[in-house]
Design a binder for this molecule. Structure first.
Ligand code: GLY
Length: 392
């Protein structure tokens, strides 16, 4: 097991984020949601901002569920119906989207429906939310290739360029399958999720605990082919957000499977990530960069990693040496995000600035990304309250 060599920031953080401080940070986040609630009542924020401003879009992107998830979090944090009523309006939109098959031919059905429909059903018992979530899970199951044993990330299942291609982000999509298995009693959902995660552990995680963003498996023979990047610096670097999806996703894999191997993988990935942070604790967009000020940060990857570190620290046994260290790092990251990466209340409609959506495509570079906002609020919720994750 690799170890953490760089922890002074975390060591200072644990005592410094008490309930009053967390409440203040939650209020600051809610104030930023409130200023956009009417703008995004019928429309959704775009995946990334331009000059700190999200534009309104229809329910067509892979990212729309993050806004609805933020509304459910805001409702749970406050009990105020203005959040619930917008979130409930979103459920109708997600039900229509899956029924009419609007941009649903990809694996991000998990992000979309876990945070909207499944969260809504968990919190309110709404039957429309349940049926929309189950329909999304059925579509996701159809993306499982029985020879390659992976969920194909993108594109038509017959597209030769995309067949057998898995990506690390999918670790956060498979919870939808576990949920559907529990809801319906149909074990096929969980079996596909189990097999995909086993392949992710085997193929996406390198021996040094860095990760490939994507990996191809031959759909005729089942043999592994090669790793490649899509949003990272290079095929053999570790895209920071991919590593963060891995930390959180493998910690959640333990929650769903009880297989302790996944906790060990999540820990190794976490150590690799934590050892490559610049001095303020917020990762650069690819972990090939470890220095300050040479390349943009990805605050959204930091927020995802913070949630993953909290999930991991809570999953580890009380006696585990690293439990407190991971929690301390999560606190340190959340604190820095709130102190130095929070969008101003005027002139932006986002929560967190300084994220990177897609550097190779020059899309959303040093901008806000809506999933970063969601995971920042989730991290605040997790640090402040005992909370059942929507991913559970
Ligand atoms: N799942 C796509 C991304 O993280 O940009």
């Amino acid at each position: 097991m690799n170890s953490i060599v760089h922890e002074p920031l975390a060591a200072r953080a644990l005592d410094s984020l008490n309930a009053t401080d967390l409440n203040g940070r939650i209020q600051a986040a809610l104030a930023r949601i409130d200023r956009t609630l009417s703008q995004f009542a019928e429309y959704f924020p775009s995946p990334s901002s331009e000059s700190g401003i999200y534009s309104p879009i229809d329910n067509v992107e892979w990212t729309n569920g993050f806004w609805t998830g933020m509304l459910w979090l805001a409702w749970q944090l406050t009990g105020e119906d203005r959040y619930r009523s917008v979130a409930e309006g979103n459920i109708q939109s997600f039900a229509t989207r899956v029924e009419r098959r609007i941009n649903v031919d990809h694996h991000d059905l998990g992000f979309l429906y876990t945070l909207s429909a499944c969260a809504g059903y968990q919190l309110t018992g709404d039957s429309l939310a349940r049926s929309a979530g189950l329909e999304a899970a059925r579509l996701l199951l159809k993306r499982f290739d029985p020879v390659a044993q992976v969920i194909q990330a993108w594109g038509d299942m017959k597209d030769p360029k995309q067949r057998g291609r898995m990506i690390i982000d999918c670790n956060l999509n498979v919870p939808l399958l576990y949920w559907a298995s529990r809801e319906t009693g149909n074990k096929d959902f969980a079996a596909a999720a189990d097999r995909h995660l086993a392949q992710a552990a085997k193929l996406l995680v390198r021996p040094d605990a860095s990760t490939f963003h994507t990996f191809y498996v031959d759909t005729k023979t089942g043999k592994s082919r090669h790793g490649s990047t899509h949003q990272g610096h290079s095929d053999d670097s570790s895209w920071a957000r991919g590593q963060a999806w891995g930390i959180y996703g493998f910690a959640l894999a333990w929650r769903h499977t009880s297989d302790p191997a996944y906790l060990e993988i999540a820990s190794k990935l976490a150590n690799y990530f934590l050892n490559r942070l610049p001095t303020d604790g917020i990762c650069c967009w690819d972990l090939i960069f470890t220095d300050d000020d040479v390349t943009p940060r990805d605050s959204s990857a930091a927020a995802i990693a913070a949630c993953g570190l909290i999930e991991l620290s809570q999953a580890l046994p009380l006696s585990a040496e690293m439990r407190e260290t991971y929690e301390a790092w999560a606190v340190a990251i959340v604190k820095t995000l709130g102190d130095s990466y929070l969008a101003p209340i005027e002139g932006s409609n986002a929560l967190l600035l300084h994220a990177v959506y897609h550097m190779p495509n020059k899309a959303g570079v040093d901008e806000a990304c809506i999933w970063g906002d969601y995971f920042y609020l989730e991290a605040l919720m997790r640090l402040r309250h005992p909370w059942r994750p929507y991913w559970a």
